[in-house]
Design a protein around this ligand. Structure first.
Ligand SMILES: Cc1cc2nc3c(=O)[nH]c(=O)nc-3n(C[C@H](O)[C@H](O)[C@H](O)COP(=O)(O)OP(=O)(O)OC[C@H]3O[C@@H](n4cnc5c(N)ncnc54)[C@H](O)[C@@H]3O)c2cc1C
Length: 558
């Protein structure tokens, strides 16, 4: 038998990872990579930063060239070459040169599809005026327009790419509005964390319109569904992507329930010797089982390597996806892994929530920055279902530790036992992740129950007393309406006048509230602690009002 002929469609994240791994495993194989655009192995994740001028030199986005890939890996990389059909029956693909339109057939022994995703383009009047950001060519056009000093821009869509694009346009001095049909920015986050990101955008002069769609794109900008016109010399859409499963569908390959190419753990499609990876495929979901669509570079790269292993006869470990993602929005970082509360609720999963607001490192060492953390877990068995974080430095580390713990099957309470690196410039002796473990342990053991912000009004209506155990100074700076101030240090004295509860207790972030709740329990009084304290309540309140500015306005206690 001669050398194996492997054809790869798509020469970026998944496709190029597959190609280089294949070469490392098989020096003899003929490996052809077909890429429709003019570039391979480009850093699509860096495109928004090229638009903003943070990355100044376009060459920095081009991680490889066909020539370099030939020199090092003897890969036959052909740019400007589109695969227009695949023929699983006769093991060949039909290829078309994007330049002169010439077409030809290329046979394969194994075919890897990594065509990525296509941006969603709604059938809106005037949408042809809208720019998208998918390729280096898109970024060149957008960067040129941004350099041309438009006064205003509209970004449609407040997901990862939309917010990165908005930040970069705003940093070029362009008055930018983000329009998002959902009620919040960054829908992978729950509202009380997303509102922290929205507040950061607003603080940097980016206007946000949530809960309203775009009805029309005009020469002057966009018209919203409620009739308001938003000025935009430049209009960019980042309203999500759908798997590019066109070739697979045309060839009769099985698709999954969400329209992506269906693959098994090895990346095999329903056709013999045809594999698929990356944004185009449905991923096994680590939380819910079943499959879901997750368009992320880490997964595409991992899958590229794994499919190469499978083609070369190696055993591939199943690696379900949990959607670990991160984004920088001006001075804050938002990161998440697993499912959010909205999704767990919709799936009727049994879960509990913990909020905390730790500092990135010991506060006595300069430069500590606050963050907000949320952990979702099954209270019966402690299985970690998801985590979210928004804040300054250290957010990335905590989400990565939590994502690792989740992938390893660690239980929520076992986070308490993780031995994490500590010195004052980096963390605290009890790392924020350890603290989540302590809190989960308290909750699961029944030692201390918590109340979520959205449950508060109902309990107060039933006659529960809301006790603010912060200092009087803190209370006067802003407190939850209807609360009574009884500072922790004098709580024992206050109790004679307060009655026998039941109590919901809160402090700034939940820690003093926990101590107070335990004290009340010791005294035989029913009490529950407000999860995440005043800070989480504040965020939930601002999110419910759809007004991030509320985060910084004091609430009035009475
Ligand atoms: C602006 C932007 C920012 C992003 N930022 C992040 C980030 O910060 N973090 C993160 O995890 N992910 C990010 N992503 C997503 C990430 O880039 C993708 O998940 C990843 O690139 C998917 O890899 P892939 O191989 O499936 O597809 P791609 O990397 O998109 O590659 C697909 C390639 O296939 C080519 N192609 C398609 N059809 C054909 C055909 N018929 N013939 C020949 N060639 C074809 C396309 O031209 C394309 O170059 C970002 C994406 C964009 C667009």
């Amino acid at each position: 038998m001669g050398a194996r002929r492997i054809v790869i469609v798509g020469g970026v994240a998944g496709g190029m990872s597959a190609a280089t791994r294949l070469r490392r495993l098989d020096e003899e194989a003929s490996i052809v990579v077909l890429e429709r655009s003019g570039h391979v192995s480009y850093a699509n994740c860096g495109l928004p930063y090229f638009v903003g001028g943070v990355i100044e030199d376009e060459d920095d986005l081009l991680l490889q060239t066909p020539e370099r890939l030939f020199d090092r890996f003897r890969l036959d990389v052909r740019v400007g070459t589109e695969v227009v059909a695949i023929g699983p029956a006769d093991h060949s693909v039909t290829v078309r040169a994007t330049g002169d339109g010439a077409t030809w057939e290329l046979p394969y022994d194994a075919l890897v599809l990594s065509p990525g995703a296509a941006p969603v383009r709604p059938p809106l009047p005037g949408f042809d005026r809208v720019r998208v950001l998918r390729t280096v060519e898109d970024a060149e056009i957008l960067a040129d327009q941004a350099r041309g000093k438009p006064l205003t821009a509209v970004v449609i869509g407040a997901g990862f790419v939309g917010l990165e694009t908005a930040e970069n346009l705003a940093q070029r001095g362009i008055e930018t509005t983000v329009v998002e049909a959902a009620d919040q920015v960054l829908t992978p986050l729950d509202p009380e964390l997303a509102v922290l990101v929205a507040a950061e955008l607003v603080a940097h002069g980016v206007a946000i319109e949530t809960g309203v769609g775009v009805a029309e794109v005009t020469d002057a900008g966009v018209v919203l569904a409620d009739g308001r016109a938003i000025p935009g010399d430049l209009v960019v859409a980042a309203i999500g992507v759908r798997p590019d499963a066109r070739l697979a569908e045309m060839a009769g390959l099985a698709l999954g329930p969400h329209g992506g190419i269906a693959v098994d753990d090895d990346g095999r499609t329903s056709a013999a010797d045809v594999y698929a990876v990356g944004d185009a495929v449905e991923k096994a979901d680590s939380v819910g089982g079943g499959s879901s669509l997750i368009a992320l570079a880490n997964i595409a790269n991992r899958q590229g390597r794994r499919v190469a292993d499978a083609i070369c006869g190696r055993t591939v470990r199943p690696a379900p996806s949990q959607g670990t993602a991160i984004v920088k929005v001006f001075g804050v970082t938002a990161a998440m892994t697993g499912w959010n509360e909205r999704r767990l609720r919709a799936a009727k999963r049994h879960y509990r929530v913990i909020h905390s607001h730790p500092m990135s490192h010991a506060t006595y060492y300069p430069g500590a920055e606050p963050m907000s953390l949320k952990l979702l877990f099954d209270p019966e068995d402690g299985v970690i279902l998801g985590a979210q974080a928004v804040g300054g430095s250290g957010v990335d580390k905590r989400i990565d530790v939590l994502a690792t713990a989740m992938a390893a099957g660690l239980r929520a309470e076992a986070l308490a036992d993780l031995e994490l690196a500590y010195a004052p410039p980096f963390s605290s002796a009890k790392d924020p992740v350890n603290m989540l473990g302590y809190m989960a342990e308290n909750l699961m053991s029944g030692e201390c129950d918590v109340v979520e912000a959205y449950e508060l009004a109902g309990l107060m209506a039933q006659g529960w007393t809301l006790l603010d155990v912060r200092t009087q100074d803190e209370y006067l700076r802003g407190a939850i309406p209807g609360s009574v101030n009884a500072p922790l240090d004098t709580l024992r004295e206050h109790l004679a006048t307060l009655g026998r509860g039941p109590y919901v207790v809160y402090c700034e972030v939940g820690q003093r509230g926990h101590t107070a709740t335990m004290l009340l329990h010791e005294l035989g009084l029913p009490a529950r602690n407000l999860d995440g304290g005043y800070r989480t309540w504040r965020a939930a309140d601002a999110a419910a009002a759809g007004d991030p500015r509320r985060l910084h306005r004091p609430a009035v206690a009475a």
